[in-house]
Design a binder for this molecule. Structure first.
Ligand code: NAD
Ligand code: WQD
Length: 347
């Protein structure tokens, strides 16, 4: 049985991917330091999982801990989710973001190299496209970073590409043996929750992202949504994004991992639906799914936001045989089930 190490395993996207990987027949071992997650996730996963939940509490910046984990479990591949992800916080605490996101990535790659495990699936983001010049976004569109968080994703991708360059040089110089294979997955806007309602997104403090905020308004934890900008050049004036169900995203990781294990080479692909929805589209869909009203007020634009962003998902279909299946109504229904069954998240 092939063993896969998940870093940041107790987090939102990783916890859903954990179940998808187990269902696909992989042995999964998770590591997390709970910097932005709760140990309760592991209990919930144990209820849902088709196989035992194997977990080690570890910080990916701790080389000695990683050596222990690699030595004990001997994974064939790593899915690297561990990172901080709040854009605003990255602007006020850039060093913490560079240390954790880039230090953690380099440390994980070094441990992989020491243990001869050279396959990594990396959590990248559509944030690497900066302000899109053309839509839909193809993987060959220009990239840029507008904040330190985005810079860590751009640089993370670069680090993995550079490992490939170093391998190519070594092979040209006569070196044989296995080489790095990496998959950079550029997620668009992950939303929704597991259909059981037992795991989902549980942001700490005020949610930064739209759907968790809307969910907390619908459940009565917050009075109303502030809609950031009503004067964008979009059909209804509000920002347009490519929302993707976290379950579809999880399946995208399974497909990427399978590809790395079966086929030589590395890849960078979008994981999105290819369909854009506005803030008000999402509010209306959430009201329909929850049967609750979601009061909102249009306020000033949020600095750094782009008007519209959606994926061209064709490359992922071609290379991975993967495409998103679940629609916006289903994203809202599953988010709502999670939210109203767990009004205060995991606690
Ligand atoms: P999350 O915060 O729920 O999950 C990240 C997990 O990593 C958390 O459980 C956290 O405790 C853990 N972690 C952080 N630093 C760690 C460290 N040093 N050692 C061990 N564990 C550590 O976030 P998520 O939304 O599930 O995101 C997962 C990945 O996907 C991140 O890399 C994020 O940047 C990326 N991403 C997320 C989105 C999004 O909108 N959610 C979009 C694009 C990319
Ligand atoms: C979506 C839309 C907002 C909150 C961010 C990161 C990106 C990626 C995903 C990690 C926009 C509007 C939001 C609110 C609102 N993360 N909005 N009121 O900005 O597309 O992407 O998360 O990689 O890097 O930047 O997602 O959910 O914050 O916003 O009106 O209270 O909702 O203006 O149009 P975004 P989001």
């Amino acid at each position: 049985m092939t063993t896969v190490l998940l870093t940041g395993a107790a987090g939102y996207i990783a916890s859903h991917t954990w179940l998808a990987l187990q269902r696909a027949g992989y042995r999964v071992v998770g590591v997390d330091n709970f910097a932005n997650s709760s140990p309760v996730v592991l209990e919930r996963l144990a209820e849902l999982a088709p196989a035992p939940i194997e977990f080690e509490r570890a910080d990916v910046c701790d080389a000695a801990m990683l050596d222990e984990v690699f030595g004990s479990y001997r994974p064939a591949a790593v899915v690297h989710f561990a990172a901080y992800k709040a854009v605003g916080e990255s602007v006020s605490q850039p060093l913490a973001y560079y240390r954790n996101n880039l230090g953690g990535l380099v440390n994980t790659c070094e441990a992989m190299k020491r243990h001869g495990c050279l396959r990594m699936v990396f959590s990248s983001s559509a944030t690497v496209y900066g302000a899109p010049e053309q839509l839909p976004l193809r993987e060959d569109a220009p990239t840029s970073a507008t904040n330190p968080y985005g810079a860590t994703k751009l640089m993370g991708e670069q680090i993995l590409r550079d490992l490939g360059v170093a391998d190519a040089l070594a092979i040209k110089g006569g070196a044989a043996g296995p080489a790095w294979q990496t998959a950079c997955l550029r997620y668009f806007n992950p939303v929704g929750a597991h259909e059981s309602g037992r795991i989902g997104e549980d942001p700490r403090g005020t949610p930064n992202n739209l759907m968790p905020y809307v969910a907390q308004v619908a459940v009565g934890r917050r009075d109303k949504l502030s809609v950031f900008g009503g004067d964008y050049p979009t059909p209804d004036g509000t920002g347009v994004r490519d929302y993707i169900h976290v379950t579809d995203l999880a399946e995208g990781h399974v497909a990427a991992l399978r590809r790395l294990l079966d086929t030589p080479g590395s890849l960078t692909v979008n994981l999105g639906t290819g369909q854009g929805y506005s803030v008000l589209d999402l509010v209306r869909a959430y009201e329909a799914a929850s049967g609750r009203s979601v009061p909102y007020e249009i306020v000033a634009r949020r600095p750094g936001d782009v008007a519209a962003c959606w994926a061209d998902p064709a490359l992922a279909r071609e290379l991975l045989g993967w495409q998103a299946r679940l629609d916006l109504a289903r994203m809202c229904e599953d988010s709502w089930r999670w939210q109203h069954l767990n009004p205060h998240g995991f606690n």
